[in-house]
Design a protein around this ligand. Structure first.
Ligand code: SF4
Ligand code: SF4
Length: 264
C-alpha cells in the first residue's frame, strides 16, 4: 500500500500536479445518491485527488494589453478574459488534469486495480449546451471540490471553492477513483478560509455567490458554506469581466501585490 501510494504521488508530482491527496472511499459516505465513488466503481477503495495551480499572471490579466498596437482598446478586456484567461487559466489546466487522470488510471489498471475518472469540467460551449439540457442542476457527476477536501488538500471557502494553504483557491482539481487501497492523507485540521471577517471574494463578486443559511462560522468547512448560481455567474462574468475574480482576490497564499487587502 505504501509503495503504490508513493509511486502514484511521485508520478503525479513529476507530471504536473502541484498538490496530491488521497481519501478512503468511506469519507464519501453521505454523498448525493448515485454520486458516491462506489456508485461508479463497486469495489472502489480510494480516491486520488490532484491539483494544478493557476499562474498568478493568468488571473491578473488586466493591463496585459495596455500598450498593444494590435488589439484595439475596446476589445482588450474581451480578448484577455475570453481568450487568454480561458485558455491559460482554464482549458489548458483542465486538459493537463484530464491527461494525468487518464495516465494514472492506466497505471493503476496495469497493476490490477480498476480505476476511473471524470473530465475535470464540462468545458466547451458545445458540451455545456448538451449538459444543461440534461442535468437540471448542472452539477458535476463527481464533486472534485468535495474530493479535494476529503483528500486533506484544503477547506471550502466563502467563495464556494476549495481554499488550500499553499495556493489559496487558485488551483483546479481532478480525481481518480480506484480499487487500489492507498494510504489516505489526514483531513485538514484548521481553518484555511479567513471567514466572514474577510469576505473579499463576496465583495468582489457581482452577485452569483450567496451564503447558506445554516453554516457554522467557527467550524472547519468540510462542506461548502456557500452556493453559486451558475447561470448568474455565466451572465455576470460576461458583463463584468470577473471570470475567476472570486479566486484571484482571495488573500490566502496570495502572491500578487494587487490583491485588495493584505494577509492579516
Ligand atoms: S466568476 Fe464572477 S460572477 Fe462568477 S462567482 Fe466568480 S466573481 Fe462571481
Ligand atoms: S476571500 Fe476571504 S472569505 Fe473568501 S475564500 Fe478567501 S479567505 Fe475565505
Amino acid at each position: 500500500m505504501e509503495t503504490l501510494t508513493g509511486e502514484v504521488t511521485a508520478w503525479l508530482k513529476a507530471n504536473g500536479a502541484s498538490l496530491v491527496g488521497i481519501a478512503s472511499v468511506e469519507r464519501f459516505d453521505g454523498a448525493p445518491k448515485g454520486h458516491h465513488p462506489r456508485d461508479f466503481l463497486h469495489e472502489a477503495r480510494s480516491v486520488v485527488t490532484f491539483g494544478v495551480a493557476l499562474l498568478q499572471q493568468a488571473l491578473y490579466w488586466e493591463g496585459h494589453l495596455a500598450n498593444s498596437e494590435l488589439v484595439p482598446p475596446e476589445h482588450q478586456k474581451e480578448v484577455l478574459q475570453n481568450y487568454f484567461y480561458r485558455q491559460t487559466g482554464y482549458v489548458m489546466v483542465n486538459n493537463l488534469l484530464d491527461t494525468m487522470a487518464l495516465r494514472i488510471s492506466n497505471l493503476l489498471e496495469s497493476r490490477g486495480y480498476l480505476s476511473l475518472f471524470f473530465p475535470a469540467t464540462y468545458g466547451t460551449k458545445a458540451i455545456w449546451g448538451f449538459i444543461k439540457e440534461r442535468i437540471p442542476s448542472k452539477s458535476g457527476l463527481f464533486s472534485q471540490r468535495h474530493a479535494a477536501v476529503k483528500a486533506g488538500l484544503g477547506e471550502f471557502g466563502l467563495n464556494n471553492m476549495v481554499v488550500t494553504p499553499e495556493y489559496g483557491p487558485r488551483i483546479r482539481f481532478n480525481s481518480v477513483i480506484t480499487e487500489a487501497e492507498l494510504t489516505p492523507n489526514p483531513l485538514i485540521g484548521e481553518k484555511v478560509c479567513l471567514g466572514e471577517g474577510c469576505s473579499i471574494c463576496l465583495e468582489n463578486c457581482p452577485g452569483a455567490i450567496s451564503l447558506r443559511p445554516d453554516f457554522d462560522p467557527g467550524a472547519v468547512w468540510y462542506d461548502t458554506p456557500a452556493q453559486t448560481d451558475l447561470d448568474a455567474c455565466i451572465r455576470l462574468s460576461g458583463a463584468h469581466y470577473c471570470l475567476g475574480r472570486c479566486i484571484k482576490v482571495c488573500p490566502v497564499a496570495q502572491k500578487s501585490s494587487r490583491c485588495k487587502r493584505a494577509l492579516p
